[in-house]
Design a protein. Structure first.
Length: 86
């Protein structure tokens, strides 16, 4: 579980640190997917829905509180076994 600021509570109130004064911190499950580019917007929506559903069911969490991000990383920025993919 990652602590992130939400649109309604983007930081830690009273800490004096980043986001100070913006409200409370929401503890939400954040699932991050990194992959090479290529999914269509429809495929991204389907992947986000499927990952959210699977995690919520397995962890007993409210799916409305599960955050999922998809980050597309170009092949030249990936390496496996010390060798770049492109």
């Amino acid at each position: 579980m990652t602590f992130v600021g939400t649109p309604s509570s983007p930081g830690r109130a009273g800490t004096g640190g980043p986001g100070a004064g913006y409200g409370r911190v929401a503890a939400v499950p954040l699932i991050q997917i990194s992959q090479t580019p290529g999914l269509t917007p429809e495929q991204k929506r389907a992947a986000i829905a499927a990952v959210t559903s699977a995690y919520a069911e397995a962890a007993g969490k409210n799916p409305d509180k599960v955050w999922v991000t998809i980050t597309e990383v170009p092949g030249e920025n990936w390496g496996v076994g010390g060798v770049p993919l492109s």
